[in-house]
Design a protein around this ligand. Sequence first.
Ligand SMILES: Cc1cc2nc3c(=O)[nH]c(=O)nc-3n(C[C@H](O)[C@H](O)[C@H](O)COP(=O)(O)OP(=O)(O)OC[C@H]3O[C@@H](n4cnc5c(N)ncnc54)[C@H](O)[C@@H]3O)c2cc1C
Ligand SMILES: C=Cc1c2[nH]c(c1C)Cc1[nH]c(c(CCC(=O)O)c1C)Cc1[nH]c(c(C)c1CCC(=O)O)Cc1[nH]c(c(C)c1C=C)C2
Length: 512
Amino acid sequence: MLDLHPAPSRSDDNTEYDVVVVGGGISGLTTAQACLTEHSGDVSRLLLTEARDRVGGNLTSKQDSEYLWEEGPTSFQPNDAMLKAAVDAGLDKDLVMGDPKAPRFVFWNKKLRPTPSGPDLVTFDLLSIWGKLRAGLGAAGFKKAPPGQEETVEQFVTRNLGVEVFQRLIEPFCSGVYAGDPTKLSIQAAFGKVYDLERTGGSIFGGVIKLLQERRKNPPPPRDSRLPPKPKGQTVSSFRKGLQSLPEAMALKMKDNIRTKWELQEIERADTGFRLTYRTPEGIRDIKARCVALTVPAYVAADLLRRDCPDASAGLKSIDYPPVAAVSLAYPMSAILQDRLDQQGNLPGFGQLHPRTQGITTLGTIYSSSLFPNRAPPGWQQLLCYIGGALNRGIVDQGEERIIAQVDKDLRQMLLKPDAPKPKKIGLRIWPKAIPQFNLAHVEVVQGAQEDLDLAGYEGVLLGGNYVSGVALGKCVEYGYEYANKIAKYLQSKVEAATVPSQQEQDEAFFV
Ligand SMILES: Cc1cc2nc3c(=O)[nH]c(=O)nc-3n(C[C@H](O)[C@H](O)[C@H](O)COP(=O)(O)OP(=O)(O)OC[C@H]3O[C@@H](n4cnc5c(N)ncnc54)[C@H](O)[C@@H]3O)c2cc1C
Ligand SMILES: C=Cc1c2[nH]c(c1C)Cc1[nH]c(c(CCC(=O)O)c1C)Cc1[nH]c(c(C)c1CCC(=O)O)Cc1[nH]c(c(C)c1C=C)C2
């Protein structure tokens, strides 16, 4: 583990920082890195503070002599923002890419069935012929959106694509991204790109055509030449030694600007900015900042703002974070059903998702050692199973043994031979508050909270983190760059306000 923080010297306490970034997850680290590298003119004094003894937040990779496993996220979509972050951190050589052809499976009617992927769009058997026809017709837009009413994911998808697409594809997809409840998730907030297709094109098809036309008219700017070539097909990535390599490498480059084990306790207004009170290993510390970038979870931000900004606090507190347990197990390859293996005896694929209607408690399973190299010794399969979520909150009260027994029982119904041996437990991590739910009204709640802060005179406290940006790692990183722009603009506006004379000063100057 990296020890990034020499004991703070006394003089630190008297510095007025341009910005203090609170939270050392991927959102906070990207924001800090972007401020320091792209806005050094506006942000010269920056501090990033993290409550835990390590950076990375949810990104938690573990290794022993045999296995390398993830306790939080498993992979990211290699968009240009993620690749840039990897290159800037010096990790481009360590990137590992999943096989773009690796199928995702859905367990439906007692069978694991591949989800559609281009060439098999017509022949795949997860949907019936009627289901495919309904989806095709619906995508052309024969059922219009109810005016002025925000739709849930369930409402939007059933209206546009039919019940089958909802039950067999989108409901499990909501587990695989939010561990969420599609009768509560907002289509606009949770899957904004799909929502925008209908909004801009009048139907899903119309939106796709419009998007393609727009792209032809406005080709993207040339790519940063340092980035590795764009992977062909849709794939996911990680790093040779796991996802945690990224925050660690980012932090190493900014080590003088980072304090770990610094837990923010209080934010107050103070003359030109804010006073932040921390609990640190050396006792309580107060520091001053002109701007505060909060990348902590919404419920932490809510507590910090409760006294001085009660309206913003109440909005942030209403964002739900259900629990998820990540259970990494290993089985010998001989335990896996023969018909799931390829000719080389490997388990091909990305993983499988389990609709809530199919009698399986586990939300889904990632074929970790099929997806990335060096995750299990030869002859063994590593499986990362996620259990819990918005519809099964009880897992926080179950012991590890019960959770493992449930996951193993589920796997025996889908992937394992009846006489498979007991699994080897590699790791188990319960996240009591795992992922923010982008439920109905999420967009207004987040916008409203920032507006409430502005009204309370806390406009220098800027909200960020995954409940603002989107939960995907790529979204957190993309937003980190945008957020750094906002911070720089805010600081510029304050400098301008201080240098432009007030009306009274102008009047006085005139009379002199
Ligand atoms: C089980 C699981 C699986 C996932 N799988 C994927 C996946 O495969 N792909 C993907 O793209 N995304 C995945 N995600 C989502 C992704 O991991 C998160 O959205 C992302 O990591 C959030 O980063 P963040 O920096 O916004 O927040 P966090 O990682 O939560 O970071 C916030 C930081 O703030 C710190 N903090 C809290 N309170 C204080 C305080 N008072 N003072 C100072 N610091 C404080 C915390 O310790 C933490 O380090 C998954 C998430 C989970 C939980
Ligand atoms: C509880 C189960 C979860 C699994 N992954 C996540 C949860 C909550 C979180 C997660 N997974 C992905 C993202 C990023 C989404 C994005 O827009 O990039 C997040 C936040 C990636 C992802 N995982 C699956 C899919 C289909 C996606 C979207 C991107 C892609 O197609 O690659 C599938 C999947 N997730 C989980 C499993 C078991 C699984 C199986 C196929 C677990």
